[in-house]
Ligand binder design. Structure first.
Ligand SMILES: NC(=O)c1ccc[n+]([C@@H]2O[C@H](COP(=O)([O-])OP(=O)(O)OC[C@H]3O[C@@H](n4cnc5c(N)ncnc54)[C@H](OP(=O)(O)O)[C@@H]3O)[C@@H](O)[C@H]2O)c1
Length: 304
């Protein structure tokens, strides 16, 4: 039976991957306590013990603003750790699937970014993720790098949906940035795409397939403001009790953050759609299911 090593299982994507990777083999699902990605020797040791056929790295340093001041830690988890995984995967002739981000782009385009566009990160987080990609490409033949964006889902510690629900229950008015445009993407749809890609990767056992970079997000385009409106519309339909009466569109300059974000980070999914045989679902589709799951997980008295 194929051995699969999955990192980051306490994260929003990692939780979903635990389920979608199950049909592919024996999944060793790890969290920080098992393999701390800030400890290179521990990563090597674990991979040498498990001898995986496939490594799926969904763990990352994802605190975009905090990374501006925790540069070394972000670099260590997002750049050094993936490089070590890539070296060990190459040693074992194993496959490595790694997740990257739209924040490697500067957002100056106004048409969807393709895999061939030149990255130019605006933040420490983006730089560290780009360095992770570059290290993997240099040392591991059987790699797949999947760039995604604006991830949300029912699992993990925080995301935009959870923040909007919290603020929406507390405040009459919420101000949301309307001049950053991207594509909200449901973690479950990413996890399904990764399982499909991993299956294809594992099937190519004779010759090392050339490494590939793909963009995967849900379909469509939205601003954070559009995303917030959709969350509240769907939440009200489901019976969430919300205090919010007004969602006010604001500019990025009215909501300063430590890290600079791309104004436009829509990713083209032409390439991955050709491989998977279908276009990703529209971004609004996952919201209702996520809200239902959050509703069911929660102490219902919070909402109704
Ligand atoms: N979130 C987004 O909007 C977004 C957008 C584009 C791309 N991505 C990429 O998508 C992937 C998945 O993101 P996500 O949203 O699922 O992230 P997430 O919910 O923040 O989860 C990150 C995971 O990484 C783990 N982790 C962090 N530091 C670690 C360490 N030192 N050792 C071991 N594990 C560690 C976390 O463990 P703890 O629970 O212990 O902290 C958690 O399981 C990442 O590669 C991210 O860069 C995310």
């Amino acid at each position: 039976m194929r051995q699969i090593l999955l990192t980051g299982i306490t994260g929003q994507l990692g939780q979903e991957l635990q389920r979608t990777l199950l049909p592919l083999g024996n999944v060793t699902a790890t969290e920080r306590g098992g393999i701390d990605l800030a400890q290179p020797m521990r990563i090597r040791q674990a991979i040498r013990e498990i001898k995986p056929d496939l490594i799926v790295n969904s763990a990352a340093y994802t605190a975009v603003d905090k990374a501006e001041t925790e540069t070394e830690l972000a670099q260590s988890i997002n750049a050094v750790a993936p490089l070590i995984m890539a070296e060990e995967a190459q040693r074992l002739r194993a496959s490595l699937v790694h997740i990257s981000t739209d924040y490697i782009f500067d957002g100056l385009k106004n048409t969807p970014y393709t895999e061939e566009d030149t990255p130019y990160p605006l933040s420490v987080y983006g730089e560290s993720k780009l360095a992770g990609e570059e290290g993997i490409r240099q040392v591991c033949d059987r790699h797949t790098i999947l760039r995604t964006a604006w991830v949300y889902g029912a699992f993990g510690k925080s995301n935009f949906v959870k923040t909007m629900l919290r603020l929406g229950a507390e405040r009459d008015e919420i101000r949301v940035v309307a001049d950053q445009v991207g594509t909200p993407t449901w973690a479950r749809d990413i996890a399904k795409a990764i399982a499909q890609l991993s299956q294809l990767n594992l099937e190519k056992t004779q010759e090392p397939p050339p490494g590939k970079t793909y963009h995967f997000t849900n379909s469509g385009i939205a601003s954070w403001y559009d995303f917030a409106i959709a969350i509240f519309e769907e939440a009200r339909k489901l019976g969430y009790k919300l205090k919010v009466q007004r969602v006010v569109p604001i500019t990025t300059s009215e909501y300063p953050t430590l890290a600079q974000r791309p104004a436009y980070s829509v990713l083209s999914h032409q390439k991955i759609s050709a491989v998977l045989g279908s276009y990703p679902p529209h971004w609004r589709q996952g919201i209702q299911q996520t809200l239902l799951e959050l509703y069911n997980f929660s102490d219902e008295s919070n909402y109704s």
